[in-house]
Design a protein around this ligand. Structure first.
Ligand SMILES: Nc1nc2c(c(=O)[nH]1)N[C@H]1C(S)=C(S)[C@@H](COP(=O)(O)O)O[C@H]1N2
Ligand SMILES: [Mo]
Length: 539
């Protein structure tokens, strides 16, 4: 069977066959890398596969080995750009996977899995990893697999051998000496197509990603002199570790986004168009907005889909222009009672003119959060914020359009949500976590409570079936902001159920029962604690 191969005058036809398989691997890898860059760009992540891999190496390698983007592990590599080393490494791996594919999918699968795992690990090693950042890795793997399957198909159809002990199904072309010229041409065409698709994807990803970088840079260059940094009012904190900080940092503020891709609008490109049932249509630019009379306030934002004890609640210092001032510019016509707000992502909500037009309701078109221009994720350049209404019915991010209309006209379009959803009074136990075992002799519990736009009046806790007693409340002078609370309990050994409830400043009690009617989930948050003498006492 190996006679043809070793016969003296036969040219070394097996090497080029192998070369084609190797090129199939490399072309597939180019497609994978390109799709990875595209995914990174399209999702406006700042981290594509190449940059990501480089960052991962700087994390993994001891810093003395990494000098200015070069590596210094092996003397002859000193000064060679890290990216180049990575690219060479990936090309070799891809070629190995490609040649392996001639025999079956085992070797390419192993190589693919190793690269996939390295990619995933490098994402997860980053300071604040998000699962979305795995998307480029996933897209890259899929691209590589698809490219290799396609090109292997071509080679297999033409019976091109990949290994010396594999027999070609077809007679080698004596002229070219190796793989028939037609086969070679077909394959080279297919491989070039695959690789070019990868390059095109990378170029598109780069362009899209650059858009985000430019907007982010522009945002950071903004000098919003009218915005003051947040200063927490005295006494709002109860000083219990584990309780959510009274001011939620923007990076930790919960997010609810309908779209996967965050809209990126440069401040100079942004306008808010106010039209519909108004005396005059108004188009407000960013420059005009920040020149208007600014109001700043603390406000707690709650998601319509907040689950009892969950994450969808945060408190920040917002700077913006009262929505009432903007509506006054346009002049709401009599009879119009609703504003359909549209974000640049196409998301829409309807809010009443009663709320948006009343300065006393403190609704803002906010352009800064915690003393800085809104982060892109939270609605840059501008977003609406209505204290006391759930985000899903009021807090339109990247808002670009207000259509003044009538509730009766639009009610049907918004049948998926309650038309006006006031935030339900809520309270959360942050510490200790549910299921914690604590030592006997007093356990401190604490959390947050909210009742915008009225303000928290009191927080109470109950242990098992004992009665309700008052918790210690941080200063809660702010109507729209949440309050921290704490209590020290002296619990008997055994298991205890601890519940919390809040009431607002006019005495309205939080809804006791679990309520999940689509207009804001509520119910009492509870944790079960076990008091055990053997629990290690670490506070
Ligand atoms: N344009 C736009 N605005 C939006 C949303 C959205 O997906 N797109 N989500 C809404 C929901 S449901 C909530 S709870 C708040 C969340 O705001 P945040 O992501 O800044 O916390 O924004 C609201 N505004
Ligand atoms: Mo929401």
């Amino acid at each position: 069977m190996s006679e043809a191969r070793v016969s003296d005058d036969a040219p070394p036809r097996l090497l080029p066959g192998r070369l084609l398989w190797a090129s199939a691997g490399v072309a597939a890898a180019v497609l994978g890398a390109g799709l990875g860059e595209l995914a990174a760009g399209a999702l406006t992540l700042h981290l594509g596969p190449v940059v990501g891999a480089r960052e991962a190496m700087t994390v993994v390698l001891p810093s003395e080995f990494v000098i200015r983007d070069g590596i210094d592990i092996v003397p002859f590599l000193t000064g060679v750009p890290l990216v180049l080393v990575l690219v060479v490494l990936l090309v070799v791996l891809a070629a190995v996977a490609g040649v392996g594919a001639a025999r079956g999918w085992r070797r390419p699968a192993v190589v693919g899995a190793v690269v996939l795992a390295l990619g995933a690990v490098s994402v997860l090693l980053r300071p604040e990893p998000s699962l979305l950042e795995l998307a480029p890795v996933a897209a890259g793997s899929l691209g590589f697999a698809a490219g290799l399957v396609l090109l292997a198909g071509v080679l297999r159809r033409h019976g091109v051998p990949g290994e010396p002990d594999q027999e070609p199904d077809q007679e080698p072309d004596p002229a070219s000496g190796v793989v028939p010229a037609t086969t070679r041409r077909t394959f080279v065409g297919a491989a070039a197509g695959v690789a070019l698709a990868g390059v095109a994807a990378a170029v598109v990803g780069e362009i899209v990603g650059r858009g985000r970088r430019a907007v982010e840079q522009g945002r950071q260059l903004l000098r919003l002199t009218m915005v003051t940094p947040p200063t927490e009012p005295a006494g709002v904190g109860v000083g219990v570790e584990g309780v959510a900080p009274w001011t939620t940092p923007a990076t930790e503020f919960y997010r609810v986004d309908q779209a996967v891709v965050v809209p990126t609008i440069a401040a100079e490109d942004w306008t808010l168009r106010i039209h519909g049932e108004v005396e005059r249509e108004v188009v407000v630019t960013y420059g005009e907005l920040i020149e208007m009379s600014v109001r700043e306030q603390w406000a707690t934002l709650v998601g319509l889909t907040y689950e009892v004890g969950g994450e969808q609640v945060g408190n920040a210092w917002w700077s913006g222009v009262p929505t009432s001032a903007l509506l006054a510019r346009a002049g709401v016509l009599t009879g119009a009672d609703a504003v359909v707000q549209t974000g640049a992502d196409g998301w829409r909500c309807v809010t009443t003119t009663q709320v948006l037009g009343d300065p006393g309701r403190r609704a803002l078109l906010a352009f800064a959060m915690n003393g800085e221009a809104l982060p892109l994720e939270h609605g840059f350049p501008a977003r609406t914020l209505v204290p006391g209404l759930y985000g899903g019915v009021s807090a339109c991010k990247w808002v670009v359009e207000w259509e003044v209309t009538r509730l009766e006209t639009v009610a049907e379009d918004f049948a998926d949500r309650p038309l006006q959803a006031p935030v339900r009074i809520g309270a959360r136990i942050d510490v200790p976590e549910d299921g914690t075992t604590v030592p006997p002799g007093g356990v401190t519990i604490g959390g947050v409570a909210w009742a915008p736009p009225i303000g928290v009046g009191a927080v109470e806790i109950a242990v098992d079936d004992d009665g309700w007693r008052l918790a210690n409340l941080g200063v809660a002078r702010e109507h729209d902001a949440w309050a921290q609370w704490s209590a020290t309990l002296d619990l008997e050994p055994g298991e205890h159920r601890v519940r919390v409830r809040a009431r607002d400043r006019v005495g309205t009690q939080q809804e006791p029962g679990p309520l999940d009617d689509g207009a804001g989930t509520t119910g009492l948050h509870e944790v079960v604690l076990t008091v055990d003498a053997d629990a290690d006492d670490e506070g």
